[in-house]
Ligand binder design. Sequence first.
Ligand code: B12
Length: 215
Amino acid sequence: MEHSEHFDNLKNAMVALEKDDVISITAEGLEVGIEPLEIIENGLLPGLKTIGEMFEDEEIFLPELMQSAQIFQGAMDLLQPKIQEMGTDVKKKGTVVIGTVKGDMHYIGKNIVKLLIETSGFDVHDLGVDVDPFAFIVKADEVNADIIALSALLTTTLIGQKDVIEALEGQGKREKFKVLLGGGAVTKAWADEIGADGYAENGYGAVKLVKSFIA
Ligand code: B12
């Protein structure tokens, strides 16, 4: 089977919310030697994107949206160990505190970014979802972090990123940490407006930026 056909099948199975098919096609992809990150980028994520559009158009509703996230996670359970095996850097390059901001429960993208930063040789402390702005700072101080990475998927929770930057400023710690933003609702313009140090559209961009911050 051509790789493109494999990706199409995976995307279609994701959109149809066929969990067993998503898992078996993902496993087949690994068996025939497709890179795990390619499976994510070219099969699973396009599927989720379509699901998001269907939700917006009211073709599907919240239960289906929740189901899509569970199915995605099932595929990630197969892919994650393979991605971790690829991480060859043993010397720690720096420390990152990551989380999804207050009021926001989306974690799929944040987890991908975490995985990629980790496998690039960084220590990553994940605070999970719905994280209070001050909790980011407390953790960053505790682990002597270099970078605070903030994910936001909803236009209504973007403000949580600004809250972290303002809290840092309020405590006189803005210069102590680089602040990196990402997530579906974030734009470069927003990152510039609130004075973040960087914005990345995807996991690869995130890795590039954290490396540049440390260099
Ligand atoms: C799955 C999903 C859910 C799941 C989340 C499961 C989970 N635990 O994560 C559930 C069902 C819980 C959910 C709930 C809701 N959702 Co929702 N969801 C989605 C969906 C379909 C996929 C999100 C996703 O995981 N994408 C895949 C990942 C890999 O992409 P990503 O998160 O953008 O991450 C990438 C980049 O952004 C970047 N990145 C991400 N984080 C970071 C961080 C840093 C530091 C960096 C550098 C980069 C970075 O790298 C990642 C890899 O490339 C999207 C649609 C979409 N296509 O995005 C809607 C979507 C985000 N949801 C939406 C909505 C409206 C909701 C609800 C309000 C629905 C409701 N009525 O209740 C609730 C809100 C709950 C809450 N308080 O958070 C809207 C948001 C609209 C908006 N702009 O505000 C979307 C866009 C759907 C839509 N088109 O209407 N959702």
